[in-house]
Ligand binder design. Structure first.
Ligand code: IDC
Length: 307
C-alpha cells in the first residue's frame, strides 16, 4: 500500500553510512517517542498512532521500555503487561505502515548489568518479528560508565552479542546501538564499528536536548559522520536534558536543520501529558486517541507539529 510510509519505502538498509529504503534511496525517519510505556500505556492505541501519522506527518514511533527504574522490565515491572504493550504497539504501527522502534531503555547504567535479560528479550522479539521489515531494534538507549571499545566488557561487546542474537534468529531488522555518555560519544564508534565484523544494517544513536546541547555536541556528530558512522537520533528534546526546564526552540531548529542536511533520522521525547517540558500534551489534556487541538499542546507539541 503506497499510501503508508512502509508501503513507500519498504525494507531499510544502511549504505555508505546512510539509511536507505528498499530501492536504495536515502530515507529519513522522523517521529515520536513514547514516554516509558509502563507509566503511559494509554497512548499505545491505533487511533493515536494514526493521528501521529496523518495529522503530524510522522513515519516512525519509538516504544520506550525502561529496564531499570521502578516499573522497568528488570526492576519489578509487570513483564507480561510490558510485553503486551510492545506487541500492541508493533501491531498498530504495522497496520498503519509505520516504522516502529523497540527501545530497550537502559537509562544511566552499563547495559552489561542486565545483559542476560536483554538477550532473552531480543531473542524472543527478533524471532517473533523476523518477517516484519518495519521493526527496528534499539538495544541500549543511554549507557553510561562504559567505553565503546576497550577490548573487554565494553559497549562494543554488548552490542555485538545482542546483534548476533538478533541475526541468529533470522531477523534482518535495522539495529540501533547506544553510545557511551547518554548516547553522546558517537565519535568513539569509528574505532571499532560492527560492520568490521560483517554485520549489516547497524546504526548508532546520538541524543540531544536543545536547552542543554549546542555546537560542541554537533561537532561530535560531524566527526562521527565524517568517519562513516551511520547515526540515528532515536531521542531528542527541545528543553533541557532533565526533560524539564526551559526551552530553546531556536537551537532546536538549528539541530533539525543540521540533521536534515545529513539525512539523519530523529524521534522526539515524549508523547504523553506528564507535567514536564518535554511532554507534547498538557497535563490538562486527557485525550489519548488523537483529536489534539492547539490548546492541548505544550511548547514541545506545538513546535513538533510545526516542524
Ligand atoms: C526522563 C523523563 C522523566 C523521568 C526520567 C527518569 O522525561 O519524566 O522521570 O526520565 O525516568 C533521556 C532519557 C529519558 C529521560 C530524558 C529526559 O533517555 O529517559 O526521560 N532524557 O531527562 N536522555 C536525556 C534526557
Amino acid at each position: 500500500d503506497d499510501s503508508t510510509p512502509y508501503g513507500q519505502h519498504g525494507t531499510l538498509h544502511v549504505e555508505n553510512g546512510k539509511l536507505t529504503d528498499a530501492d536504495g534511496n536515502i530515507v529519513q525517519l522522523y517521529g515520536m517517542s513514547t514516554h516509558g510505556i509502563a507509566w503511559f500505556p494509554q497512548y499505545i492505541n491505533y487511533d493515536s498512532f494514526r493521528t501521529l501519522r496523518d495529522d503530524w506527518n510522522t513515519n516512525c514511533i519509538r516504544l520506550a521500555m525502561y529496564t531499570a527504574e521502578y516499573g522497568g522490565y528488570c526492576a519489578g515491572g509487570d513483564k507480561e503487561q510490558l510485553k503486551q504493550l510492545v506487541k500492541d504497539g508493533v501491531s498498530y504501527a504495522t497496520e498503519l505502515g509505520m516504522y516502529v522502534i523497540v527501545d530497550w531503555h537502559i537509562h544511566e547504567e552499563n547495559p552489561h548489568t542486565t545483559k542476560t535479560v536483554a538477550e532473552q528479550f531480543f531473542k524472543k522479539y527478533a524471532t517473533l518479528y523476523k518477517d516484519y521489515d518495519n521493526v527496528i531494534f534499539e538495544i541500549c538507549n543511554e549507557p553510561t560508565g562504559v567505553q565503546w571499545y576497550t577490548g573487554g566488557n565494553d559497549l562494543y561487546s554488548y552490542c555485538k552479542d545482542i546483534a548476533g542474537i538478533i541475526r541468529d534468529c533470522g531477523s534482518k531488522a535495522l539495529i540501533v546501538c547506544g553510545t557511551n555518555n547518554w548516547s553522546q560519544d558517537v565519535e568513539d564508534v569509528a574505532q571499532k564499528p560492527l560492520k568490521d565484523d560483517g554485520f549489516e544494517d547497524i546504526m548508532y544513536t546520538f541524543h540531544f536536548y536543545s536547552g542543554t546541547h549546542y555546537e560542541d555536541k554537533r561537532q561530535k556528530v560531524r566527526t562521527a559522520v565524517a568517519a562513516g558512522t551511520p547515526i540515528f537520533v532515536t531521542e531528542f528534546g527541545i528543553c533541557d536534558a532533565s526533560g524539564n526546564g526551559g526551552y530553546d526552540t531556536a537551537n532546536a531548529d538549528e539541530w533539525i536543520e543540521f540533521l536534515d542536511s545529513m539525512n539523519i533520522s530523529y524521534a522526539c521525547w515524549s508523547f504523553c501529558n506528564k507535567g514536564e517540558s518535554a511532554s507534547y500534551l498538557k497535563t490538562s489534556c486527557n485525550k489519548t486517541t488523537g483529536g489534539f487541538e492547539e490548546s492541548d499542546l505544550t511548547t514541545t507539541g506545538i513546535w513538533l507539529v510545526n516542524t
